[in-house]
Every structure is written in structure tokens, then in C-alpha cells.
Write a protein that binds this ligand. Structure first.
Ligand code: GDP
Length: 445
């Protein structure tokens, strides 16, 4: 899967990571190659473009971590962006198959692997989710397709709806639903007819079946090797029938595989599974992280950068703790603490996550220590000069006036902030005196 793409990208990043320092030109050149590699893998142009744009923006603004090379950091950024593009902003929920019998409509073009995938999915639901599954073929044009499903059903031990010659697809769908209810099945998989191309007859038949079956999920099966065509098919089916998810088949082949990258970005529909072979167990849950890893083939670098980022955070925290132990706590420290709170989702959420702190969170709220207040306090600190931040004791009336005005607030607000900083500095001093084995050390754990 993705062999060409991962080879190309691997080459680009190998060169990058071997260099010590990265110039903007290096990044630009690398991104040009990334774009070509994506297009060669048949990723659609707008997706490739926005991918490169977003990686460039993130690489430019990224904080430099000492222990890894900038090139390695770029690899990590590309990796994270791949995941984002592959799965959208959040991972998909589980298949909606509660409330039995849950109908799942399988749609797609002929030859995409629809019947095979229907059986693979049935086996998976039976074995992993312990569901009672019924399968029905609605392909009235091709008796061989109906028989194929029946044979697969026998092979995997899943029931299929008996074939009644002469019935239309909507009639079979109705019979399947009734049979599923009567027979106490949890899930009923409906394998619709495919055509070689999308045509009106096919679509209107699938629509009729959909209206009768009222599917909980409509899964489109597409050949992953067909690249942008697969995405076009998905767009068509979604427009005409409405799909809830996609299965990409033949991802075991070393084809171009760009469909996976474009699919989510263009259709907005999650890839649910990938087909990795002809055997019945060759169906994998789509995992953006794993796929991004395969595309890049550089798992070790990604892990290294993640580790380095953790080290960086620990280093910063340790440096801060050393200052606190000496009783040093100026406006820079206060700003660091406030920003930390912001990052963690605000004072209340941080406090309410800690056992026994819910009450204090309410008190903090009452004292005006809410998220908006944090923003205002940071604005005040930003309005100070570097010198003032390091030595808040030097703030006399005229300076105070200037700072408050600069942040659009009153001197009274600033005085409150100064009081807070003083109290915290005093507390730090006391805690620091308790020694290295004391409370501070414990707080670090
Ligand atoms: P349908 O016409 O869409 O129902 O397609 P079939 O289910 O009959 O599949 C067509 C061919 O593709 C069969 O030979 C399958 O074994 C094969 N096939 C299906 N899925 C995969 C897959 O994920 N990988 C590979 N290598 N072959 C597959």
C-alpha cells in the first residue's frame, strides 16, 4: 500500500533530516517535491495544494526543539498533517448497528469488491462483535453474483437470504428486512447490484432500495487503486444516494493509493475499512495513524520528535521550578502560569478535573478568576516593558497608568494583578524553603 508515495516522500525527508539546519529554501524545495509525490499518487490537486500550504505554515511557525534536527521536525509535521487529512478533525464513531435488526446498505460499482467486502464485513461483525448477521444479494441482473454471496456465506458461517427467482431488488430488500426481524438477526447486510459505470437506472434502483431498507449505514465500496476516480464515484454516490462511509479495496496492491488522502477531504465521508486481499479476513479498520505511518515509513523519527517535545516541556518546567525554589516569581512567571491554564482549557476545567477541587473552581469563578479574566491579566502583563515584567516592584503610579491604559483597563485591575503576583511569590518562597525533597518536588511528580 502506498509504496510509490512512501518511497518518494521518504527520499525527500531523508535528505532533509541529514542536514543540520534548515533554511526556508530547503523547506520550500522539499514541499515542492511533496506536492509532486502526492500528485503522482493521484491525490487530487486541491488536496495536495492545501496539504503543502498547511505543512509549510506549521513548519514555519514551529518552536525549535534542541534535540532533533529541523528536518526531523518537518517529518513530524507532515505526519500529523497526513493524519488530519486522512481522518478529518475527529476519528469516526463506531458503525451504527444498535437497535436490531440494523440494515447496512452496501453500494458501489461492479468489480469494486462489493460482494467480497460484504462477506468480509459480515464475518467481522459475527466474530468480533458477536452479532447475528443476515446477508442478502439484490443483484437481480447477475444470478452468479447472488450465488457468489451464498457460497461466501456458507464459507464464513453467515446466513444468506434464500434466492427467489423473479423478485425485484426492492422486493428482496423488503423480504430481507422481514426475515431479519423474524429471525432475530442483529444486522442485515444488503449487497446491491453494481454496474460498470454510474448510470441513472443503477442510481434509481439503489434509491428505491434505500427508501425501503432505511439503512442505518450506507457503505460505498470503491477500488482504492483507481485514485481520483474512486473519489469521483464517492461524490456521485453521495449526491444521489447519500453514503455514510467508504471501504477502499485492493489496498494490498502497490498502486498509487492517493484515494485515501483525497477521500475524506473531498467527500467529507470517513473511510471505515480497507480491503487488504482476497481472503475473508483481509479487512482492516481504517486507522489514520497507521496509514500515515505507512505512507511516511518513518515511524522512528516521529517517535523521536514526540519524545524530544516531551523533554522540552520537562526542561521548561524544571527551569521554572528552580526559579520558584529560589522564591523568584515575576510577571513572566505569572504569564507562563496563566498561559498554561489557558492551554489546558481554562481555570475551571483544570480545577474541576482534580479531585476535591470542584468547590474551589466555583470560588475561583465567584472571585472573577474565569477564563476571560485570564485573558485580561495576560493583556496587562503584555502591556508592560521587559524590565517591568522582570521587576514588578518598580511599578509606580505613572507606569501603572500607562500599562493599564495600554491594555484598555483600570489601574485597579492592575493592582489586583500585582497583589496576586506578590502573593504567589510569597507562597513560592515559603514552599521553596521546605527544601528540595519538599512539596515542590512532589508537585513535579
Ligand atoms: P463486486 O463485483 O464489486 O461484487 O466485486 P467482487 O466482490 O466480486 O470482487 C472482484 C474481485 O476483486 C474478486 O476477485 C475479489 O477477490 C477481489 N477483491 C476484492 N477485494 C479485494 C482486496 O481488498 N484486495 C484484493 N487483492 N482483491 C480484492
Amino acid at each position: 500500500m502506498f509504496e510509490n508515495l512512501s518511497d518518494r516522500l521518504g527520499g525527500v525527508f531523508d535528505r532533509l533530516t541529514k542536514q543540520g539546519a534548515l533554511s526556508e529554501d530547503d523547506v520550500t524545495a522539499a514541499m515542492r517535491e511533496v506536492r509532486v509525490a502526492l500528485l503522482e499518487a493521484d491525490v487530487s490537486l486541491p488536496v495536495a495544494r492545501s496539504f503543502v500550504k498547511s505543512v509549510t505554515a506549521k513548519a514555519t511557525g514551529a518552536a525549535v526543539t534542541k534535540s532533533v534536527s529541523p528536518g526531523q521536525q518537518v517529518v513530524k509535521i507532515v505526519h500529523d498533517e497526513l493524519i488530519r487529512v486522512l481522518q478529518g478533525d475527529d476519528a469516526p464513531e463506531a458503525l451504527r448497528i444498535d437497535n436490531p435488526p440494523a440494515p447496512i446498505l452496501m453500494v458501489g460499482l461492479q468489480g469494486s469488491g462489493k460482494t467480497t467486502t460484504t462477506a468480509k464485513l459480515a464475518l467481522r461483525l459475527k466474530d468480533r462483535e458477536k452479532k447475528r448477521v443476515l446477508m442478502a444479494s439484490l443483484d437481480t441482473n447477475r444470478p452468479a453474483a447472488m450465488e457468489q454471496l451464498a457460497i461466501l456465506g456458507q464459507q464464513i458461517g453467515v446466513d444468506t437470504l434464500p434466492i427467489v427467482p423473479g423478485q425485484t431488488a426492492p422486493q428482496i430488500a423488503q423480504r430481507a428486512k422481514t426475515q431479519a426481524s423474524l429471525g432475530g438477526y442483529d444486522v442485515v447486510l444488503l449487497d446491491t447490484a453494481g454496474r460498470l459505470h454510474i448510470d441513472e437506472t443503477l442510481m434509481s434502483e439503489v434509491q428505491q432500495v434505500r427508501d425501503i431498507a432505511q439503512p442505518r449505514e450506507t457503505i460505498l465500496v470503491v477500488d482504492g487503486l483507481t485514485g481520483q476516480d474512486a473519489v469521483n464515484v464517492a461524490t456521485e454516490f453521495d449526491g444521489k444516494v447519500g453514503i455514510s462511509g467508504v471501504v477502499l479495496t485492493r489496498m494490498d496492491g502497490d498502486g498509487r493509493g492517493g484515494a485515501a488522502l483525497s477521500m475524506r477531504a473531498i467527500t467529507g465521508k470517513p473511510i471505515r475499512f480497507v480491503g487488504l486481499g482476497e481472503k475473508m479476513d483481509a479487512l482492516e479498520t481504517f486507522d489514520a495513524q497507521r496509514v500515515a505511518g505507512r505512507i511516511l515509513g518513518m515511524g522512528d523519527i516521529v517517535a523521536l520528535v514526540e519524545k524530544a517535545q516531551q523533554v522540552l516541556e520537562v526542561e521548561q518546567a524544571e527551569r521554572m521550578m528552580k526559579r520558584f525554589q529560589k522564591g523568584l516569581f515575576n510577571m513572566n512567571d505569572l504569564r507562563g502560569q496563566l498561559e498554561q491554564m489557558q492551554k489546558m482549557g481554562g481555570m475551571q476545567s483544570v480545577m474541576s478535573m482534580m479531585p476535591g477541587m470542584a468547590k474551589m473552581a466555583k470560588q475561583a469563578d465567584a472571585a472573577g478568576f474565569d477564563d476571560k479574566a485570564i485573558n485580561r491579566q495576560i493583556a496587562l502583563i503584555n502591556s508592560m516593558t521587559k524590565k517591568e515584567r522582570a521587576n514588578p516592584d518598580m511599578l509606580q503610579a505613572s507606569r501603572k497608568k500607562r500599562i493599564a491604559a495600554g491594555a484598555g483597563m483600570d489601574v485597579a485591575d492592575l493592582n489586583k494583578l500585582l497583589k496576586m503576583q506578590k502573593q504567589m511569590a510569597d507562597t513560592m518562597k515559603k514552599l521553596g524553603k521546605m527544601g528540595k525533597g519538599g512539596l515542590m518536588k512532589q508537585a513535579m511528580r
